[in-house]
Write a protein that binds this ligand. Structure first.
Ligand code: ZN
Length: 133
């Protein structure tokens, strides 16, 4: 892991939460992006290199919708930057971590991403991410 890249927060209403977090952080989000394959609309705030990603479900059966249904709004995942996501997936699998993605997929913010199942990480959903080159 290189650094904490962003913290993902599941929200019910992205527009309302954008306003709330703008007030809280003292700055506006710098982008909004829909990831159709994941059934989410996201927005990003940058706080000196550590980002906050707000996630709103766009489909009732998407992972974020299910998360909110079960646990309510709140911290959804921690995303860590890695240098080589293919190597990281392999190496964490070899060490016994449970990867939800055997191959990286395209996430928001120009990233390749893979998730680790929270059951192997003390209940925390972990996202590995690498900037697409
Ligand atoms: Zn994320």
């Amino acid at each position: 892991m290189e650094k904490l890249e962003h913290i993902g927060i599941a929200v019910k209403n992205l527009d309302e939460s954008n306003r709330l977090f703008a007030k809280l952080l003292g700055k506006q989000h710098y982008k909004t992006e829909e990831v159709t394959a994941e059934g989410v609309r996201t927005s990003f705030f940058d706080l000196n290199g550590v980002k906050i990603e707000l996630l709103e479900a766009t489909q009732p059966n998407s992972p974020v919708a299910k998360f909110i249904e079960k646990r309510g709004e709140g911290i959804h995942h921690l995303a860590f930057e890695v240098n080589n996501i293919h190597e990281s997936i392999q190496s964490y699998s070899d060490q016994g971590f449970s990867l939800l993605n055997a191959e990286p997929k395209t996430g928001a913010d120009n990233k390749l991403i893979a998730f680790m199942h929270p059951k192997s990480t003390n209940g925390v959903l972990i996202e590995l991410c690498q900037e697409k080159k």
